[in-house]
Design a protein around this ligand. Structure first.
Ligand code: AHR
Length: 331
């Protein structure tokens, strides 16, 4: 009896639907919404920078502002990002926003998005694709420039003494634009200077735990206290891990000891810089939400957005900082 009644209702609703010309969406299809639907694939939550970046997106892409945000955290895996993009294509979102974990491996899935007519906006890092029309725009940082700012600071700090400058390099996720740019700047500078010596390159994957682990293992492998001048850490969280490892093994950090260089300049790193333990913090601005919205609004108005938009960034040393300045920063 119950089943017969259900069947009757289903037939009635289908007949009514088609008679009125109503569109019956497949499950998960959001193309009927009034809101602009954004499918966003974020790398993960590996660093304080990343958390601030996600927050910045969530603050802009709200229902009050006319958006429905479908946010997917890839937990640091490219295959999760690819799965998320395919899901967004099925759901017929209006735009795909992608923070690519690494530069390679995107051609096929971005081609699928293009064939579905969904514009892709790259945020933060780049995707190295054969065909540039696979993405509409890119908004992020110039990572090579950030690395060059760090290297210039090293150059001015160590110019006086002709002594060997011994450097430990802790790299971020290998193959990511942030790693490639910051690494290229350092490697070029080392190759160009006879007295700069790269002691070791360690993979810290942009996380505090990994950097602490690899740095502890490296320092423990040295016969005695090593002669270290600079630790070049490709983000703040890795700098915190390296600092902890160095201090635990009796190294002094700062003016009279090891110079720690970091990238991001989040509040935590600026505080350590003001305390004198981090020597240089190169800014990497995660607050990209409103710039991504500008790109979307440009396209909604039928115009073509700028292909690459880089944010302005600066460097901080102890002398540039006060507690009030740090407290005013948004991340
Ligand atoms: O791509 C930006 C980098 O990724 C930031 O420096 C780092 O903190 C993040 O995880």
């Amino acid at each position: 009896m119950k089943r017969a009644c259900l069947l009757f209702l289903l037939t009635l609703s289908l007949a009514f639907g088609s008679a009125c010309g109503a569109r019956i969406n497949p499950p998960g299809d959001l193309s009927n919404e009034d809101l602009t639907v954004i499918g966003m694939s974020q790398v993960g939550a590996e660093s304080d920078w990343r958390v601030a970046n996600s927050e910045s997106m969530k603050m802009v892409f709200t229902e009050e502002n006319g958006y429905r945000l479908l946010f997917e955290d890839a937990r640091q895996k490219q295959e999760n990002q690819i799965t998320a993009i395919r899901k967004f294509i099925q759901q017929q979102v209006d735009y795909i926003v992608l923070m690519p974990i690494s530069e390679s491996g995107w051609d096929s899935v971005l081609q699928e998005a293009k064939e579905a007519g969904i514009p892709v906006i790259l945020v933060d890092r780049m995707a190295d694709v054969e065909d540039e029309s696979l993405y509409a725009a890119h908004v992020g940082s110039d990572f090579l420039k950030e690395g060059t700012l760090a290297v210039d600071w090293m150059e001015s700090g160590f110019r006086e003494s002709g002594d060997t400058v011994k450097i430990i390099h802790i790299q971020g996720t290998l193959g990511s634009t942030a790693q490639l740019g910051r690494t290229a700047a350092l490697e070029e500078a080392v190759a160009a200077r006879e007295n700069w010596e790269l002691l070791i390159q360690l993979d810290g994957d942009f996380t505090q735990a990994k950097a602490y682990e690899v740095m502890t293992a490296y320092l423990s492998s040295l016969p005695g206290e090593g002669d270290i001048d600079v630790v070049y850490c490709e983000n703040d969280n890795m700098a915190f891990g390296a600092l902890q490892a160095l201090e635990e093994q009796g190294y002094r950090c700062g003016r009279e000891g090891v110079s720690i260089i970091t990238f991001d300049a989040t509040r935590g790193a600026l505080t350590e810089c003001l305390n004198g333990k981090i020597s240089l913090a190169v800014e990497c601005n995660p607050l990209l939400g409103s710039l991504v919205e500008e790109v979307i609004q440009t396209m909604e108005a039928g115009r073509i957005p700028e292909k690459h938009r880089y944010v302005e960034e600066r460097v901080f040393t102890k002398g540039d900082l006060t507690e009030a300045l740090i407290a005013c920063r948004d991340y």
